[in-house]
Design a protein around this ligand. Structure first.
Ligand code: FES
Length: 293
């Protein structure tokens, strides 16, 4: 199966390349089927195994191929449309050949104002590719990514979902150059090396590589709040206060002793919308019908 990297057209995000529908060789299909059985055995319903099976396809093909969609559909007794619907919903599933390393620059709010936007512009220009595009050598797929819950180390860059904390435009250019040349690259936290996209996809399919507990997870900045709470003796509400809340009379819309101010309502008191009810109540519905005419 030939692989074309490089720039993507808009339709490239929606349609898998026709050559990716070439069937798997018999020996590859046998091994894939054996591993799919192991994945499916973890779930009460076979169809629940779809997400890890899509990762398994990516671990083999490097993206969600047409033959991979066929395989998942046949294995899980789903339609190819159902499998495609899931594969196009989640951004971790790639609809065209992905690079060996997905480099994600966080440009969400905190990282952006801490320098993420400059990192993005510098690296995108350096590599000559935009979002979800891959260098011609197939090494780097560049992405703008949303918050990685690592704002305490902003601006953050991810490489195959490993953290590179407190980055700068220069350090990120060095990172992608090292990845392309094959120089050793170590994340700031976690394991001592970055696995390939295919290797990581296999882990996401549920086949461990033994690296999950390697290195530190939460660094000093992430633990500062916990240390401060320990020093000051602050604790979260414990069982005692939870029990006293349970012991209170049940809340009513305006009854005394329910823990609510007079006139306050709980969500329990609020009737749910009817399934086909338009928002805004009867008057708004009537108005909407008039507007529809
Ligand atoms: S905004 Fe970038 S990690 Fe949260």
């Amino acid at each position: 199966m030939s692989v074309n990297f490089g720039r993507q057209t808009a339709s490239g995000h929606l349609h898998v390349p026709s050559e990716s529908k070439e069937p798997y060789p018999t020996d590859v299909l046998e091994q894939l089927s054996l591993e799919a059985e192991q994945v499916i055995a973890r779930y009460p319903q076979p169809r629940s195994a779809l997400l890890p099976l899509l990762h398994l396809v990516q671990s083999l093909d490097g993206y969600i191929t047409g033959r991979g969609i066929d395989f998942c559909a046949r294995t899980l007794d789903l339609t190819t449309a159902e499998v495609s619907g899931v594969a196009t919903f989640y951004t971790q599933y790639k609809r065209h050949p992905n690079g060996e390393y997905t480099v994600g620059v966080c440009t969400n709010t905190l990282c952006a104002i801490m320098g993420g936007d400059q990192i993005w512009e510098t690296v995108s220009e350096h590599l000559g590719i935009g979002h979800d595009e891959t260098t011609e050598d197939g090494k780097i797929t560049l992405e703008r990514v949303e918050c990685n819950a690592a704002c305490d180390y902003a601006p953050v860059v991810m490489t195959n979902w490993e953290f590179f904390d407190n980055q700068t435009p220069d350090s990120t250019v060095q990172l992608v150059d090292d990845l392309r040349s094959g120089a050793p690259v170590a994340p700031t936290r976690g394991p001592s090396r970055v696995c390939s996209f295919k290797e990581v996809s296999r882990v996401l399919a549920g086949f461990t590589d033994g690296l999950a507990d390697e290195g530190i997870g939460a660094g000093p900045a992430s633990l500062r709040g916990v240390e401060l709470a320990k020093r000051e003796g602050w604790t979260a509400p414990g069982e005692e206060s939870a029990a006293s809340v349970d012991a209170q009379p049940s809340a009513t819309a305006d009854g005394p002793g329910g823990g609510l101010a007079a006139g306050q309502r709980t969500s329990v008191d609020t009737p749910a919308n009817e399934p086909d009810e338009r928002p805004g109540g009867q008057d708004a519905q009537e108005q909407a019908k008039e507007d529809d005419k």
